[in-house]
Design a protein around this ligand. Structure first.
Ligand SMILES: *Cc1c(COP(=O)(O)O)cnc(C)c1O
Length: 361
């Protein structure tokens, strides 16, 4: 069967070139005589893979030298607990910006560990936009601010980086390496890999060195950033194969010219879809224009039955996983790095055809 265009929010498409390279190396990696899946993580050949993965990510994101890169497990959701357990002292304070479901989960998890408040929320507006800079209310003396940069479920993204003297922590699961970002503005960035980097099972944490070593006594060893950093992400067995695929993905982007080129490609894809949405009135794009995500594009017909029909007919046409998140309904096209322009062209053509064939009552 031919490969489809997979608009899944995650796990999601990987670049075909990367899949082919991984396939070619599946049985025997270089001259090791074995698959990367079968290697000891302590072997020199694997040590080079993980060191290369880190070096390539550093190059790609221009990560300053005073930041550690950690390759962990547990998904972004484990970071919801790891962040307060490492950065929030017993009598400390942290403020959370609530811009969707994941930031709300992070907030609720952090509340188990101390004085954690909401700095702004757009819940009343169904998270159809992110809070503006002037709506953010940070308390004095906070240890950190937490935000989710791109809200995968709603299709929103912060068009700005919040200004704060406190440490800024960002969940970038669904936008990391989609465009350049000034890492130095953040104390900590984390991302589950399955949206834009690798198969599920890997979580990348980028953390400024001065934030290490402050974990609470009760922090599980596996969540202690310093312990992980001191052991080069090898305190225990890391998600070896995922890290290898991530390395191939970083190389794929570096080979095409880096994150500026990636950004231009992503902007072009998102523009095609948003321009179409703005040019007609059959589909409604619920997100405020200045909060639009470049990675996850949400739209509805306004009729739940038609939405359902859309997703199923699109699927039959080889455009998969366009159904919106179960909590919001409608449609969502996730157009991460690996989605080719051609996939979005096909989607727009399908949308126009569907609108013509299914007039609203
Ligand atoms: C998918 C996602 C998560 C949850 O990731 P897991 O790896 O499943 O824990 C958290 N935050 C954002 C922004 C996401 O897109």
């Amino acid at each position: 069967m031919e490969r489809v265009f997979n608009f899944s929010a995650g796990p999601s498409m990987l670049p075909e070139e990367v899949l082919k390279k991984a396939a070619a190396e599946m049985l025997c990696y270089e001259d090791s005589g074995m698959s990367v899946m079968e290697m000891s993580h302590r072997s020199p050949v694997y040590e080079k893979i993980i060191a290369d993965a880190e070096a390539k990510l550093r190059q790609l994101m221009q990560i300053p030298d005073n930041y550690k890169v950690l390759f962990l497990q547990g998904g972004a959701s484990t970071q919801f607990a790891a962040v307060p357990l490492n950065l929030l002292p017993e009598n400390g304070k942290a403020d959370y910006i609530l811009s969707g479901q994941f930031s709300t989960k992070a907030y609720k998890e952090a509340q188990k560990y101390g004085d954690v408040a909401c700095a702004a929320s757009t819940k009343e507006e169904n998270f159809a936009r992110v809070p503006t800079a002037s709506e953010l209310k940070f308390r004095d003396g906070i240890d950190y601010v937490h935000m989710c940069f791109n809200n995968t479920i709603y299709g929103t993204k912060f068009p700005y980086i919040p200004e704060t003297e406190a440490t800024l922590v960002a969940d970038m699961s669904s936008c990391i390496i989609s465009e350049p970002v000034d890492v130095s503005k953040f104390g900590l960035i984390y991302a589950g890999a399955q949206k834009n980097m690798a198969p599920a099972g890997l979580t990348v944490v980028i953390v400024r060195e001065d934030l290490l070593g402050k974990a609470r006594d009760i922090t599980p060893a596996m969540l202690d950033y310093k312990l992980m950093a001191d052991n080069d992400s090898m305190y225990n067995t890391p998600p070896c194969y995922c890290i290898y695929v991530a390395k191939l993905v970083y190389e794929w982007i570096l080979d095409m010219g880096g994150l500026e080129v990636m950004k231009a490609r992503n902007e072009k894809k998102a523009k095609l879809l948003y321009d179409y949405l703005d040019s007609q009135d059959y589909y409604i794009a619920p997100v405020a224009k200045d909060s639009r995500s470049m990675m996850n594009v949400t739209f509805i017909t306004g009729d739940a039955e038609l939405d359902k029909k859309f997703a199923s007919e699109a699927s039959a046409a080889g455009l998969k996983n366009l159904k919106g998140h179960r909590s919001v309904g409608g449609m969502r096209a996730s157009i991460y790095n690996a989605m080719p322009y051609e996939g979005v062209e096909k989607l727009v053509a399908f949308m126009a055809e569907f609108a013509k064939n299914n007039p609203k009552k």
